[in-house]
Structure formats: C-alpha cells, structure tokens
Design a protein around this ligand. Structure first.
Ligand code: GAL
Length: 719
C-alpha cells in the first residue's frame, strides 16, 4: 500500500460500540454518551449517533455532505422508541483508507445476501453484482447510477443499511470486485473444462471509491429491512406529510396557456365531475423560461393574484414550474450575479445557494411575488442533468464549493429553500422535483422525469421506498385508450395523482371510451384519502414509506422462495395493508405474489390466496388490489376535492377477512404545521368478533383534531 495513505483500524470497534450502546437509556443520554465518545471514537471506530445508528468519520470531514445540504434533523425520539439492536456487521471486516486524496471503503457481504437501494433505479431491484457511478442526472435508460436521486444508501436482506454521506460522484462496486486477500474468495474454475465458470465470479464485498480525502459513513440497524428503512428515514427527519389537497388529483396545463384557459380548464373538470385539487402551470407563466425570470408574463397573466383567488374560490391550488437558472432579463439578475457560478445554463446564472445572500434574495422575491399572493407549490425542473445542459465540473463557484458537489446537492438545496419558505408561512406544500439525493425524506417533493416506460415507472415507484424519496409515474399521453386507463390507474395509486399535459394537452377524458373508468379510479383515490393520509402520517412519524417494495414486507423470504423476482418488480404495498398490482397495456392477466397470510380482493372481498402465486384477470375497469386478512381500511364518500380545514367527512370503514382488526387513524387540519405543536389525533378503529357477531368500535384520540363524522358506516368484506 502506498505510504501516503493511512489505514483506519477497526479492530476495536465492537468493544467501543457495545460500550456506547446504553440499553434503555433516554435519548438525551444517548446523545450525551455519543458526544462523550465522539472525540475518542472518531479516530478509531464507530460512534452511536442515535438508537441503533452508528457513524464514523473517515479521514477529513467534508464541508458539505448530502445530509448537511438537506439540513436533516434526526427524529431522535421516534428512533428511540424502536428496539435496540447490536452493531449489525462484523466491524473487523469493514475497511477504510484515504490515499492520495481519495477514500476507499469496503463492507463485507454474505453468500446469499441481496442489496437494495443505491439510487433511484428503474429496471433493477437487487443491486448485488452491479457497478454504479452515483451521479445526479436525468435517467438515461440504464441503471448505471446516473439518475434523479443517486442516493448512496443501501440496505441488505441481512437486516442493516449503510449510508455513504458524500456529495461527490461515487463509484460503487456492489459485490463485483474480488481481492487477492478476499475473506471469502470465489471458487477457482478452469474455463476449458468447467461449464460453471463465470466471467464475474463471486465477490464478498461492497467497495466504494469516494473522490475526496474523507467521508462520513453511517450504519443503520434492523433487524428487518423495513426497520432499516425506518431508521434511515427517521434519521433524515422522518417522511413528509403532504397537505390533504396534495393527495388529490392534479393537472399540469399546456405550457402557453393563459389565465382564461386555466379558468376554463377548471370549469371543464367540474363539468366532467372529475377530481381536481391543484393545477400546475408550466414554463409559460413566466415572462421568459430557460432561463427563468420567476416573474409572470403579463400578456398571458395580466392579474396573477386575481387568477389565484378565482381558482381558490373553486377550491383549486396552484403549482408553478421553474428551473433555477436566472435570466438576464429577470429583476433578480443583477443582485444574483456576484453570487453565481462561472458558467451559465441556457444563458442563465447558476446561483451559489451555499451562500446566505442569494438564498435570501430568492426568498424575498418568491415570498413577495409568489407565496404571498397565493402560490401553493413549485415544480423544480432541470436540477438533475444532462451534462451538456448543466454547468460543467470545471465550473467555479464564489463559495469555493466544487461544481461536482453543487451538482450532487442542487436539487436538495432548492427543495430545502422552498420548503423553509412555506414552513415560515405555516403552510404545507407538496411539489415536484427532478433531482434529489440522500436526506430528502422530510422534504415536500415528489420525483418525476421525461422517460415514459409505464413498467419502469412502477419499478421506480417501488425502488423509491428503499432510499427515502417519492416518485410519481406521471401520465402524459398514450397510444390507446387501454394504455391511458392503465397508466391513470397506476398514477392514482402513487404519491402524486398527476396528469402532466404540458406538451400533449391531454385531459383525463381524452379517451372518451374509458372516461368513466378513469373517473372511477380518481374518485377511488379520493375515497381512500383517510387511509392514504394516515399512511403518510406514519411515514412522517415512524419513517414507514407509504408506497413500499414487497421486500419490506413480512414474509418476503417466503415470497423469494416463490421466485417472485419478476412479479415484485411490478407490485407494491400502499399503506398498511393494500397490495397494488398495476396492469400494463396489452396484458389481460398478470401474476401476483401474495405474502403468507390470507388475502382478499379489495373490490369483492373474495378470498384470493395465502403465500402463493396467483394469476388475476381483472378486466379493464379495475387495477388489481388485494387486502390483508384483518385489515381495516378507512374511506370516505366519493368526492372531487380534499376537505377544507374544519370540514367533517363521513367515514366508510371496510374490514376485510376473518381476523379481528385494529387500525390507528391519523388526522389534523390538513394544511398547516400546527401538528408540530400537538394539534393532531390518532383514533383507534377496532373490529372484534363477539358472540357470533362483529363488534366495531371507534375511540377518538383528540376530538379537536378529528375531522370525521362519528356515524361510521362499517362494511364487512370477505367473511
Ligand atoms: C421538462 C419537464 C416536463 C415539462 C417541460 C416543460 O423538463 O420534465 O415535465 O415541465 O420541461 O418545458
């Protein structure tokens, strides 16, 4: 090994970790202890930074990391409420070295171990055996690490996770490389005579090259994969709880629409009796786009405030598209110029938002001209790629932040800045972003892109649950009514039910032959609002992703024995107990892998299977949905908009199967951050079987924050 490097000895880690793992002590004591250990441990081992979360700083601490860019604030109390587990890896097999300004990391792998995560992948799930160059970019059709959220976090079927909190472009060898000194080397084979010979032999490690002279690494304990994800999300601040309207339907209108066309669009939605909670305006709202002015075009929008209030009277919020590159004709241009990078994007300035001054200039402009007149959210475009569009890696920024670090964190920074403005107004927002990274779970944004494979969109939605981000399989256009309906069904079972008609001008009813079915699924989403909102509340408070890969479910082991690899790329869980199995155009049947336990058809209540493969033939009108035995699904009557604060909704509660059930229903005002001060409720719904009959019950947690009528309609399905 070259003499200029220094190795960090991890032999003593086990001892130190146990010493720093204080049983049932309160979290403040854990923090105190970890602070006490930090100076001692950081030279030679791991420190405990929260319950069952460990950290090591290898080499030099970097000024900007992903978690620092996202400004993540760990939810220590929620972490503390989870079980305590020992350090989950053999620390003697973890290796770090800093050589010539680069950091080399190595983590052990077991024979049967699978690993998930390592960015937002569209075509693959298990990343073992893959080489990835983690780099924020527009997805280019290959799972090679260049993607919208190249989060350097992976979780393992062995029940642990690792985050490499580095804002550099990382090269990951996820179980591909074999060292001479391998702990568990591959079997030697002669290709001449042995047909089992493999070009890529077995590898016993994940290795990562960090192009910096130091890095912070975190290990998250399990024991289950879901726990690992929970701990990761909670360490990043928990999930984001959208406003209720954010979970309604949204239509993005053609780019050159004007105020009149938007009002007409809103009226058309009402005339078609179709759900609509917010409208998205695309680049044409601005006086110039690519680069942007962040100012209204006064020929198309002579009275923006008037438009926003007319929409608001109709119960519709407004979301504005932007990319962050400042046009020479923008009023912000002169003031931003001294704080911007050496290179332009489409002739626009790239502000150095690591500095407080340009952040404040943007804040003032956006508050005064947009938020304070009623804008409810943003779509932050073009913070991902492509290389030939964005600033090059040779660009210089006034703060001295390398262009590479800027690229890896720009989307995070914009998310954080805008989120803080809305928080300052005590107003929840929910928007779109095309570039993100680690630490984003608490930020109010959903990822999207221009790639348009329906199937790969579903895999991205599933994979997003491994890395603390949200994804929408947005609908734009379709070749047939069947494809239109299938895509609409999927998007209504995703974090954002969105039609992005910016270039196509499509409407939900563009294919009249399936208009009724499209309306039905959009309204089903609205009916499921109490359930969906609760799923997001659990994301926020417990770190449980509202849309989840099957790998995160109990019984995944049994599923993998069914060789379900293909099916589970296209099926996922929504909330506690709903399994969603989207259909794709051209298919009239599909396979669904059911985890162990009894499952029921959502629509009919019919029993469908238990720990097995089933083949379903759902017809065009339905997206296949299955419900766990004993599940309670709180719904409301069909409606077109989320409730206003204080409005009381009816509750229609479905109980499936033979097992008794219990469900905790979350509620609050649906729009503000008052829940941070205790203005929320958890109410208990139970269904017990007593003396030959079902006995349903509701126990309201906090009446002041419970916006449902107490006359519940219970429906028992699958008896
Ligand atoms: C793209 C974006 C589209 C649409 C378009 C408007 O970059 O992905 O969704 O917003 O810009 O020009």
């Amino acid at each position: 090994m070259p003499g200029c490097g220094h190795a960090i000895d991890s032999i003593q880690n086990r001892k130190i970790i146990q010493a720093g793992n204080p049983g049932k002590l309160k979290f403040s004591l854990v923090i105190a202890l970890s602070m006490l250990y930090l100076p001692l441990i950081s030279q030679s081992g791991w420190s405990v930074v929260a319950n069952s979360v460990w950290k090591i700083t290898v080499g030099k601490k970097q000024p900007i990391t992903l978690l620092s860019a996202a400004n993540s604030a760990p939810k220590y109390d929620a972490l503390e409420s989870l079980e305590r587990v020992p350090f989950p890896l053999d620390s003697t097999k973890i290796h770090f070295e800093v050589i010539d300004g680069k950091t080399y990391l190595r983590f052990p792998l077991q024979r049967a171990e699978e690993i998930y995560g390592f960015g937002l992948n569209f075509q693959t799930q298990n990343q073992r055996g893959r080489i990835l160059n983690l780099h924020v970019d527009h997805y280019g059709g290959q799972d090679n690490g260049r993607t919208h959220a190249p989060v350097p976090f992976y979780l393992s079927t062995e029940g642990y996770g690792v985050l490499i909190d580095a804002a550099q472009y990382l090269t990951v060898y996820a179980g591909t490389a074999v060292r001479v000194e391998a702990d568990d080397p591959p079997q030697l084979m002669d290709r001449n005579t042995n047909p089992a010979w493999q070009a890529q032999p077995y590898s016993d490690a994940v290795e990562v090259l960090v192009p910096a002279d130091g890095v912070e690494v975190y290990v998250f304990g399990g024991p289950s994969m879901l726990r690992v994800v929970q701990r990761y999300n909670l360490y990043c601040g928990g999930g984001y709880l959208p406003p209720k309207w954010g979970l309604g339907f949204t239509q993005r209108v053609p780019t050159l629409y004007n105020a009149e066309a938007i009002l007409q669009e809103a009226d058309e939605f009402a005339a078609h009796d179709f759900p609509l909670d917010f409208i998205g305006l695309e680049p044409g709202w601005q006086s110039m786009a690519y680069p942007c002015t962040f100012e209204w075009d006064d020929s198309r929008y002579p009275d923006p405030q008037g438009l926003l209030s007319q929409l608001s009277v109709k119960g519709i919020r407004t979301n504005l598209w932007l990319n962050p590159y400042v046009s020479p004709i923008a009023s912000l241009y002169d003031s931003i110029r001294p704080y911007s990078g050496s290179h332009t994007v489409w002739n626009g300035l790239v502000a150095d938002f690591t500095l407080a001054q340009p952040r404040e200039m943007f804040r003032q402009h956006f508050m005064k001209n947009l938020l304070n007149i009623g804008v409810s959210g943003f779509k932050i475009d073009e913070v991902d790629g492509f290389d030939s569009w964005l600033w090059p890696d040779v660009a210089r920024f006034p703060s001295g932040t390398p262009a590479e670090v800027m690229r890896q964190t720009y989307g995070l920074t914009l998310q954080r800045m805008t989120a803080e403005w809305f928080h300052e107004k005590n107003q929840r927002t929910y928007g779109l972003v095309r570039g993100s990274n680690a630490g984003a779970s608490a930020l109010p944004y959903v990822l999207y892109n221009d790639y348009y494979s329906h199937k790969d969109f579903i895999t991205a939605l599933i994979n997003s649950s491994f890395i603390g981000v949200l994804w929408t399989p947005e609908v734009r256009a379709s070749d047939s009514a069947e494809e239109w309906l299938r895509r609409m069904q999927s998007v209504c079972f995703s974090p954002m039910a969105m039609l992005n008609a910016w270039s196509s001008g499509t409407k939900p009813w563009s294919f009249p032959e399936v208009e009724e079915e499209v309306r039905a699924v959009a309204r089903l989403r609205m009916q499921l609002l109490p359930y969906l909102y609760t799923a997001f509340a659990r994301y926020q408070k417990e770190g449980i992703p509202p849309f989840r890969a099957m790998q995160l479910e109990d019984g995944y082991d049994a599923l993998s024995k069914l060789d379900a690899t293909l099916a589970i790329r296209y099926q996922y869980m929504m909330g506690e107990s709903l399994l969603v199995a989207p259909m794709f155009a051209g298919d009239s049947t599909r396979q669904v892998a059911l985890p162990p336990g009894k499952w029921f058809d959502f629509y009919t209540g019919a029993y469908v299977g238990d720990g097995e493969w089933i083949t379903v033939k759902p017809g065009l009108e339905h997206i296949p949905l299955f419900v766990k035995d004993g599940a309670i699904i709180p719904m409301t009557a069909p409606r077109n908009q989320a409730p206003l604060p204080g409005e009381k909704l009816s509750l229609v509660v479905r109980k499936y199967g033979q097992q008794e059930g219990r469900y905790m229903l979350y509620d609050d005002d649906g729009v503000s951050f008052d829940y941070e001060k205790g203005a929320f409720s958890w109410s208990e719904l139970t269904a017990k079987f007593e003396n030959g009959a079902w006995k349903p019950e509701l126990k309201i947690g906090n009446t002041a924050a419970f916006n449902y009528s107490q006359n519940i309609t219970w429906i028992f399905m699958g008896q």
